[in-house]
Design a protein. Structure first.
Length: 389
């Protein structure tokens, strides 16, 4: 695909042996995931079930929200822009393309769309581009003047065409310290993702060790031989690893030579609180993405009375603002190419908002001071033939 883009967009166009001594290690400083796209995507989307589900929920719900095309007042039923949004390219449907866009926004804070135009200037295809391969080229005024997309040694540069149309749409989340790139929810939740992943690793290690804390072998040798020799220490260590470590050896009795004594270690109450820490980290991840924890089955969340309320809040506070923002960006980008068409989200077709829609229809229908076509216009419907009545 990159080769095709390069052809289409030429410059002219388009990271010791022991003696009854237990070694105590001090906890080192935390090691956080690097704040680059690939590391965040691997630690978050690929390895963390909470972040994965949050991104999927937001992206799928937003992509399933229908988009409508109008002239600002009346809705079109047959329009070239409608066809483009339904089938933006040969490989993707409209929902599949938008799911990529919203997924990139949640993961990277940035999403890029490429518009492919014919020689006549007609926009024929739309493609979602990976954000980690895109760079913003700044102009003399310090703002984005062009975009560079590269994979390996191959690069494609996108700049404004002769008619002033920029074939790249850059969608980004608000970033308080960066003028050109957005801040993703995944980056804001990166520390909680690391904590949640570490808690799961702790659980796995605990299960691999018979679901109980480890212990220490204390050697009490005879006078003059208080310490194990290096060969004895290496042999003992090797036997412990080979014969007593792992889930398959859970509960196996330990056979000790003379002078060896097994001391079992126990967890303090603070050590055993990692489960609560894991659930707390999961709630923080969900909070960053705007997904009510109740929708993810995370215990300890009493914010909403029931699942229906949580789902309604998810749509009203997270999904709809995202879709409306994207629709406005589409309008500003593609509208002038299609005779000033306006793109908006059709909230009347969202099942999760049916109770809100029913309440709105009831209020509008009871407004006796409005004519029939005025009521229809408020509800986003086309006027009836014959005018107001």
């Amino acid at each position: 695909m990159l080769d095709r883009m390069i052809k289409r967009f030429r410059p002219e166009t388009k990271s010791s042996a022991t003696q009854g001594v237990i070694a105590v290690t001090r906890p080192a400083g935390p090691v956080w995931t690097p704040r680059d796209y690939a590391s965040l995507a691997r630690a978050g989307y690929e390895r963390n079930v909470i972040a994965y589900r949050c991104i999927r929920l937001v992206a799928e719900a937003a992509a399933a929200t229908p988009l409508i095309v109008s002239n600002g007042t009346d809705r079109y039923t047959n329009h070239p822009l409608i066809s483009l949004l339904r089938r933006p390219n040969e490989a993707d449907s409209g929902a599949a393309l938008l799911e990529k866009v919203y997924g990139y926004l949640q993961t990277a804070g940035n999403a890029y769309l490429e518009a492919v135009r014919l020689d006549t200037g007609e926009v024929r295809e739309l493609h979602a581009l990976r954000p980690d391969r895109m760079k913003v080229r700044l102009g003399r005024d310090g703002w984005a003047a062009a975009y560079e997309y590269g994979a390996g040694e191959k690069k494609a540069v996108f700049a404004e065409n002769d008619d002033g149309f920029l074939p790249i749409l850059h969608l980004k989340s608000f970033h308080p310290t960066n003028d050109h790139y957005g801040l993703s929810p995944l980056e804001a939740a990166a520390s909680s993702v690391d904590l949640h992943n570490s808690a799961l690793a702790w659980n796995k290690a605990l299960l691999d060790n018979a679901a109980r804390p480890s212990g220490a072998l204390v050697y009490q040798g005879p006078q003059g031989a208080e310490n194990l020799t290096q060969d004895q220490f290496d042999r003992l260590k090797s036997e412990l690893v080979d014969a007593y470590s792992g889930a398959a050896n859970a509960g196996r009795p330990l056979i000790l030579d003379g002078g060896l004594d097994w001391k079992t270690m126990s967890y303090s109450p603070s050590d055993m609180d990692f489960q609560n820490a894991k659930n707390s980290a999961a709630r923080e991840i969900a909070l960053a993405f705007g997904v009510p924890p109740m929708l993810l089955g995370i215990p300890g969340d009493n914010t909403y009375a029931n699942y229906r309320e949580a789902n309604l809040a998810f749509w009203k506070q997270t999904v709809l603002p995202l879709v409306k923002k994207t629709a406005t960006a589409f309008t500003n980008w593609l509208g002038p190419q299609f005779g000033g068409a306006v793109i908006a989200c059709d909230i009347t077709s969202v099942d999760a908002l049916s109770s809100e829609r029913d309440a709105l229809w009831k209020r509008v229908s009871e407004a006796d001071f409005l004519e029939t076509d005025e009521k229809r216009r408020l509800l986003g419907l086309a006027p009836r033939e014959g005018g107001l009545s």
